[in-house]
Design a protein around this ligand. Sequence first.
Ligand code: GLU
Length: 372
Amino acid sequence: MTIAALSDLRSARRLVIKVGSALLVERGAPRAQWLATLATEIAELRTHSEVIVVSSGAIALGAAKLGLTRGGRGSLADAQAAASVGQVGLARLWSDALGNHDITAAQMLVTLGDLEDRRRYLNASATLARLLEAGAVPVVNENDSVATEEIRFGDNDRLAARVAQAAGAEAVLLLSDVDGLYDRDPHEDGAVLVERVEGVTPEVIAMASGASSSGLGSGGMLAKLQAARIAERAGIALAILNGTRTSPISRALDSGTGTLFVPQSDASARKAWLGGRLAPAGVVTVDQGCMTALENGASVLAAGITAIEGTFARGDLVAIHGPGGERLGQGLVEYTSAECSAILGLREEQQSEKLGYAPRAAVIHRDHMVHA
Ligand code: GLU
């Protein structure tokens, strides 16, 4: 189905609902009544859709319990300790709220690596699929208590887009404490809510430079736009809706208030995952001839490579740069960085000698590559 307007979101076959900390936690206490109205909406949606929840709130709940300052976000250690304590309560909240509708909640804690490493990504996908098939509602959060700075998502907006990809969802609803994306800082006179975005362009990103966060969560509008970018490339619709008041989903969809990001691709799940992945392990720089060939859909061959940066293993994601350093795309590399260095610039028949075995068809195959 195509999702072209907010009201179409209701008919998504599988959707991810992301709930921000500011909605779920107020002055350290859960907003249980509000959550009960959301659980009722989820129960209604489940009559025709599969639902996955991505819920923040662990840090905010735990910080209150432990009496930590700055909502538990004063240091990484504080956030991790707060999350450990708060996650227990968060899981119970969801289990109770959904349990009132005879829905089984399932807790899934993931790190960036679980959704970026090819093997672990496939594991997470399989678990999500099985849970949905078994009739449970997965409630996902970042595994904050073990993830270090470098391997954290940091905000659940991007996590929600990643989970949607891994689950093959059609739509993501980011429930936030703002109505959506405004064309400028929403505090400025004349700021207008943008109802529909066709592609997160630099102009769209410029709209979000103004402040939009409540201070409890870590998201903010820029994180939401990053999430929208991951989603649009994956062929997934994403909406930012104001979830502050009771029955937030019907309220937003009935009044048509929110911002819908329309999918920009129908890329296969695998390609989408490659495009959304955050941190390439290295860079492969190619010459003019190879760049032109890439534009016509070719693979990256060793003969066209002029330089290698970084240390990477076979199967890692690497960025592809043109002769002027311009980013052309990224893809999964077929060789280690040492092997790449040994064969760069060489034609196929010259490679066997260096490698000691028959070369692969390409250094980065076009099937495992996305263009920038
Ligand atoms: N995972 C964090 C929590 O549960 C929230 C991250 C965010 O603010 O988006 O508290």
